[in-house]
Design a binder for this molecule. Sequence first.
Ligand code: GLA
Length: 399
Amino acid sequence: MGRQGTATGEEALARALGEHADRFSARFGNGAAPRTFFAPGRVNLMGAHLDYNGGPVMPTAIDRGTFLALRRTGDGCVRLATTHEDTVAEWSGERLPSERTGTWVDYPLGVLRELQASFGGPFGVEILYGGNLPIAAGLSSSASICVGTAWALDAIHELALDRLELARVALRAERGFVGVQCGIMDPYAIGLARRGHLLMLDCKDESFEHVPLDSGAYVIAIADTGVRRELAQSEFNRRVDECRRAYEGLGPHADGATCLRDVPRTVLEAHGHELDPPVRRRATHVVSEVERTLRARAALLAGDVPGFGARMFEAQDSLRDAYEVSVPELDCLVDAGRDCEAVLGARLTGAGFGGCAVFLLRAGGEAALEEAVRTRFVERFDREPEVAFFGADAGPREV
Ligand code: GLA
């Protein structure tokens, strides 16, 4: 598995997208050559479950993501296909469905509908999707599709939207047409990514900065539990609701608070006992994760990468005990990281309930991490977790 940020990584990506363009022609027929785009997935290193509480988050894009090949159609039709299936979904650009289909096409359809509503249309286009991002693994394949689609349509239809506007289009598509009440982190993490940096995003006022992470000295790894997140949707919504209740209980005691992120520890300590025990645990996670994330940012800016990593381990403890979104497979992977000298920090990434653990390690420690994670996971669960290594990737781009 390649490291992004190297010439080899970009060359391999260019080759993969060249092959993707060939598959496009096989599916849609010869004619104008398609343009090809890449949109990364993301991992979140700090700020777990803070985006919908208005808190700070620190994600980064990774060098696995969505491949898009596309061209404008002369007949005004929209045709969408994926390398995972043989079928092509087709509509007149003037009559896109107004009801969800319940399949993957809802993501690009949502983006097309958003762009049409805001910028006119009908935007006739043929798109073939593919890529190398595991689905439902907590790496944000859905935001990768949505941001990539917005980015590519903007390019071929010359809409001239900026990165922030494109991330917002993707977010509105997911929240609106697709109907997921997600926070802002994922599309912003992908749309605003910068190579070799983590994004520090304040989800309350949407301000952001890029914090460098020396990709020669440090490596990001993920290990996939292989557990797909069946509970994710219902339990995720339950957490959102519990946080709403926590804010209703604590917010009135915190001067000027407009979201749970604004509630200070002193208010939690004075009034936490008034909340239902699970709601109190969720608030405990949020209040402490806000503090940890701000400390992690300060550590990184001061060049203290081990200090940043230590906050990741603490975040996992809180996600396991207070937010209750971990599973034994994720705990096992993170514990393997704790015992591995090269690993500075590890925690679950994404919503939890399965999916991937993310590790921050010293370059050169890759083999030791793989060995540690494999040995422990196989011993406990009798199967091997997939491990992959990354640097912090650049955002969506034409390749
Ligand atoms: C999911 C959501 C994100 C965020 C994370 C938890 O990935 O899509 O918006 O809430 O969970 O940090």
